[in-house]
Design a protein around this ligand. Structure first.
Ligand code: ZN
Length: 295
């Protein structure tokens, strides 16, 4: 028993330190996550959504996929690449806490098929949200700023970006859409307005944080992932109707944070050496018909 334990431990140590080992057994998902906890650089909180969401944590890991959202499509592509541990930033089962009791009671077919796929292919899904944001620098923001090419323009205090020179809201929206690879980006505000100062709040920071950023006199544009339409969106529409110099870029949750999970894969590679590891992009689900009402 002790020998077996030592053998298991030593093979995992070999993987971590990339030492030459004979017949190395792969780490389990649980062991990989323990390594993440040891390296993330912030104290691990028990009150967190960063937990296993599906699959057996003691499954040997054949490969690791980081992704923005463990959609069915992502799971299929990760599985096809032989990556059975999926590290997802956002939920797997359609709500922040990934509670599945309602789906179970309703015998929901979509949830059931997703769970069956995970089990049939011996996959494990673990969420990496709170602590990846808590890391300094924030792992998501690091990737987003790099994708937007705004690293040198960014001030963490207030999450403000100051452009070197003013540009029209339309030009800015187009640049953001291209750099983040957003298929459907929505804008509120005057398209010809010249803007310089942007408050950057990827993901779903919530309408209170959105509004407080917009209340700052210097902030002209708020960039967010998502928000209910009767909250920040209506607020910015009213501000614009009152003639205020305010605008909103509504990027969508996935493209607004996704580069941060690409960064996560790069970070994991610094201490997980011998397990195949890579980023699997989450495909944004939206599309729009060619519109005659664009302007
Ligand atoms: Zn996030």
């Amino acid at each position: 028993m002790l020998f077996a334990m030592l053998l298991k431990m030593s093979s995992w140590i070999c993987l971590v330190f990339a030492a030459p080992c004979l017949a190395a057994t792969p780490p389990t998902a649980r062991q990989v996550i323990e390594e993440i906890k040891a390296h993330v650089g912030v104290p691990w909180s028990d009150d967190t959504v960063d937990t296993f969401k599906a699959g057996d944590p003691d499954t040997p890991v054949t490969g690791i996929a980081t992704t923005m959202m463990a959609t069915f499509d992502v799971l299929r592509r990760a599985q096809a690449e032989g990556k059975n541990l999926v590290i997802t930033h956002e939920p797997t089962f359609y709500s922040h806490l990934d509670k599945t009791d309602v789906f179970e009671q309703e015998n929901d077919p979509v949830w059931a098929e997703k769970l069956k796929f995970i089990r049939d292919h011996k996959m494990v899904v673990w969420r990496f949200h709170d602590h990846w944001h808590r890391r300094r620098p924030d792992g998501i923001m690091e990737g987003v700023l790099r994708a937007l090419e705004w690293q040198k323009l960014y001030t963490p205090d207030g999450q403000i970006v100051k452009l070197p020179e003013p540009m029209t809201l339309e030009a800015l929206a187009s640049q953001v859409q291209t750099r983040l690879g957003a298929k459907v980006l929505r804008v509120v505000g005057d398209r010809f307005m010249k803007v310089t100062v942007i408050a950057l709040q990827p993901g779903a920071a919530g309408t209170d944080r959105h509004r407080r950023a917009l209340q700052r006199p210097e902030v002209e544009v708020l960039l967010v992932g998502e928000v209910p339409e009767w909250e920040t969106i209506e607020y910015v529409a009213d501000a614009a109707a009152q003639g205020r110099h305010k605008a909103l870029l509504l990027v969508g949750h996935i493209p607004s944070e996704q580069p941060g999970m690409e960064t996560c894969a790069e970070w994991l590679k610094t201490f997980i050496k011998d397990v195949p590891l890579g980023f699997v992009a989450t495909v944004e689900p939206f599309w729009t018909p060619a519109s005659k009402n664009a302007r």
